[in-house]
Design a protein around this ligand. Structure first.
Ligand code: MG
Length: 120
């Protein structure tokens, strides 16, 4: 199964846990896809953000197949990505993203991550 994991307030909230999870998944031939995003304001910095997030994932030792940064509208683009990459399970802290994925990516089961750093 391909598994999508959000970056901000999900992996960043507990990198040790997501390293273990990703290692277990990848060892059992599952694909781990980091499904992140950037805001309209950050668009000119997209390349730098991609480089920095890649660096952080490597520093935490998190194995992954691909890092994707969804542009706005973020929820819709995350849903399209889940569809296109046959993501069977998506973990994200933002309920709006999960609602859009649940609606548009019919093959994706959604789990909300609630961590210590998740915004209210
Ligand atoms: Mg997030």
């Amino acid at each position: 199964m391909n598994v999508g994991i959000d970056f901000d307030y999900t992996i960043t909230d507990n990198p040790g846990f997501f390293r273990e999870l990703s290692e277990v998944l990848m060892r059992a031939s599952n694909g781990v896809y980091v499904v992140s995003s950037y805001s309209k304001a950050d668009e000119p910095m997209a390349e730098e953000i991609f480089t920095e997030k890649t660096r952080m994932l490597k520093e935490w030792g998190i194995p992954f197949k691909e890092l994707y940064l969804a542009p706005e509208p973020i929820a819709d683009n995350k849903a399209a990505y889940c569809n296109d990459h046959s993501i069977g399970l998506m973990i994200d802290d933002t309920i709006e993203n999960l609602k859009a994925i649940n609606k548009r990516a019919k093959g994706t089961v959604c789990l909300q991550y609630i961590g210590n750093a998740s915004p209210e």
